[in-house]
Design a protein around this ligand. Sequence first.
Ligand code: MIG
Length: 850
Amino acid sequence: MHKPSKNISRLVATTAIAASIFAAQAPNVLAVTQPHPDKELNQEAVKKQLQVEGVQQVENGVKLDLSSDQTAFIRLFSEDMAKISILNDGEEEYFSEAIAKKEWDTPSFDVKEQNGEITLTTNEITVKIKKEPFGIKFLDKKGNVINEDYMKNGSGYDGEKPYVYKKTNENEAFYGFGEQGGLEVNQRGESIGMFNTDAYGYQPNTKYLYTSIPFFIGLKNDKAYGIFFDNTNRSYFEMASESDDYYYFYADDGKLNYYFMYGPEIEDVLDSYTNLTGKIDKPAKWTLGLHQSKWEYSAEDIERVAETYREKNIPIDTMHFDIDYMDEYRVFTWSDKFGSEALHQKLDDMNFHKITINDPAVKKDPGYFMYDEGTANDYWAKNPDGTNFVGKVWPGDSMFPDFSKPEVREWWATKHNILFDKGIDGIWNDMNEPAVFDGPYHTMPLDVTFGEGENKRTHAEYHNLYGHDEAEATYKAFEKYKPNTRPFVLTRDMYAGSQRYAALWTGDNVSEWDHLQMSIPMNTNIGLSGVPFVGNDIGGFAGRPDAEMFARWIEVGAFLPFSRIHYDSDKKAEGEKQGQEPWAFGQEVEDISKKYVEMRYKLMPYLYNTFIDASENGTPVQQPLVYQFQEDENTHNISDQFMFGSSMMLAPVVKQGQTERDVYLPEGETWVDYWTGEEYEGGQTIHTNAQLDHLPIYVKKDSMIPTREVQQYTGEKPLENLVLDTYLDEKATYSFYEDDGATLDYKDGEYNITDLVIQRKGKHIEFKTKKQATGYNTALDSYTLKLNGEAAPKKVQAARAKYNQVTSVEEVKSNQESYFYDEENNSLYVNVPADEKHKIKIFFKGNKRK
Ligand code: MIG
């Protein structure tokens, strides 16, 4: 089922390491950088079993005296979340930087001890602790076992290595784990490793990628739970890769502590996980537009590409500045060309937003202010002997800021005025594994140190947090210099919880069909790991796509949460000067690009609201089908379809030469073909044509999708008319959120929430709106209700007032209290004033619908 399996990649990884040493300057796809070899658990050591010798009740759980001079704490954080730790006697409990919320209100719970078992019971879960040998079982309130230790091996330490074995069966599926390769969304059977790696040109079977999120969701017997193994050291997850009966996870070092959270819905698990590790901020709207980027665009290229977008009326919001804008790769400097007033003015005049890349490494260059200040203040990562660590990156010999120190994060934040003063709106953090060209395995030696005194940590322990702390420092720059503006940080490296500070892009993917296909399971698993704001370089970074591949990629790319075209410098593209702008492949692909990018901009109110949901509930934006349909087992392994928000299902073509495909429609819904209006019952696989310009899209019946007119950039026109694209069976509702999409004023109540309800009542349809919050001074003055698949109405009225029938969509949009029936498409458009107090009633002649 899993092809190609990452188990094989263990072998590939070792040979790749050897190859990558020789290929350091000219990486190729066969020699992907991977870290030092995996450490395995000692199978004899994990057989020794722990016994509970004493039990003590504590405020939120129990403290257990273990036979091994160790103590276990089982603490209840909420009714459905528990933290399990095993520590050496006297050691303090551990919280990494991932944890956003440490203090929880203890839920009410009972403790019992009988028959050699201790039982903790809340209103939602029971934790059963077996004393001899020590083992834990989690049950729901009906007594179903949700998750339990695999008692042959249990949990504990193999020397320095904390480990936990869990029981599983063949029906259990696993999701999450942050950024993972492979073509399957279900990670069952995989050997997963977490160690942030600059894996240029990675392949589906590459084990170590850029970001580490040691969190996963198990789905067994329709019930979901989550486990977050909060350990920043290199960690491993053997997900039934050795046996169908168990899985286990462990780390090279650090403490044994994990959080268990119960669903039963995946959505509940994610809400708990993001309560613990934090949710994304409400994004600035412009960040949801299209972005364009290339490594080694010249200053002229940036201007010309931006202009071409505007000339061709292809919507876009943002141009990116890659490392070439700096003065010889010195961070926080500008070269003359890229810093020129004229260029920035030009981009500003064309209403572009601007993002600059930033690297952590600071050129070792006496006289350069960053080097001088960092050196004078002792801000660098250190060798074991206390001298500063020096490694080569783009600027040559470089120093590495010790972001674990608050004063270094503060200093780093302070320097961003150099970028912000040019009107830069967002910061893109690259190379924060950290990547070191001449370091062992392309990073620092593991014994480099961070922090001082009590806070001193080795690189081995801190490695996976380097990007996280840099993202925090970058985020602080916005708080400092743009206090009422929503920050935008894009990062390549994350640990759990980094979603609080940054969006993620998935590094140096390749212009290969497998990568387009892989982006779906990859992003949806990232979404199930608390990081909804994610995207892959559209068209692929390394190499160049052909026209067909780019067309298929933009069809998916226009619906990525983070939608950016980005590609490698020409130097690496083997002589080929193929561009990756929408017009670089001829008219047909340009038209396709425009069609789908325009669609993203039309859907902006829906997309923005989907992000609002993500910021409040941890909901992914790009969702695997299993997220909404976990009861339907057929969805558990679907990896080439996804939900874009709650209502739209996309089934893109991700294979070369394909012009038709199968589409699975999940059970329990009726699905409407977005393009033809044809309806299908869920629970079946259909076959559909998908010519090059066609992205199959299906909408859940009884959905209302808020849309607007296309803009060339997100802030071009105020939202005056909201089009409610509605697919009605019995009842559709939407809670529409609106604010300025840019500032933090929503925190002072400057937002609106309007409940929109449309319902079929016998032979007529009723539409009503109810304002739930009115703190934002909106320009929205009307709704265009667009009812798809309805018969011609007899009349439309609000209380006694009759709406006028008009003869075109344009007319209806500009005339409140009017309606238009489009006979050809069976769509009814009704323009309702935003302040309409009455129900709108739509009456039909005889038969209620087509
Ligand atoms: O070593 O800044 O992933 O997006 O264009 C390569 C140049 C450095 C890697 C990033 C890529 C970026 C490139 N960077």
